[in-house]
Unconditional design. Sequence first.
Length: 203
Amino acid sequence: MSEIIRNAIEALQKRNIEALYASDRNVAREELIKIVGSADTVGIGGSMTIQELDVVEELEKQGSKVIWHWMCLPEDMMEVRKEATRAKYFCCSTNALTYDGRLVNIDGIGNRASAMFYGPETVVVVTGRNKLTADLDSALERIKNVACPLNARRLNLDTPCARKGKCIDCNHTARMCNIITIIERKPLLTDLRVILVDEELGF
Ligand code: SF4
């Protein structure tokens, strides 16, 4: 384990956020499944990391109803997003994790970012080492100039970042950066846990 990862895990723990190290995505998947157990409902926020973890089938085998708007009909997406935030467990990633243990997220609608601190009783954040950033400025820089362009292209959006590969702080109708959240400490009513994976996952 690198010193940066060890320090980030300790920093999260000092912020009363339970943090676990996973050497790769297979270990991360096992840890996530262990935490969720056979919960009745598991919501998932839009997340390439969770998709790359390939965890849905396993959760369903354990008896959980998985609620994820990436797995439903387009006309049902809004309702499924809402239902996911009412699930007992919620799984997602973070757009950035600072070396000193702050979780930084940018969201267009806000369902994923808000569910990380209000709604589900337990939130499991799985993040690859590629999301680690030195500080808040570099977290925002990473999100706007790395994550957003890649996400916009994935979604076939015509935002400036999708075209140019960098943010121009646009006012596009499909702008995906309308809400910025920083989780500084464990949210009072949420059992927030982070699995830090020692490989690149998502963006
Ligand atoms: S503000 Fe606009 S250009 Fe910048 S990252 Fe967000 S959507 Fe892209």
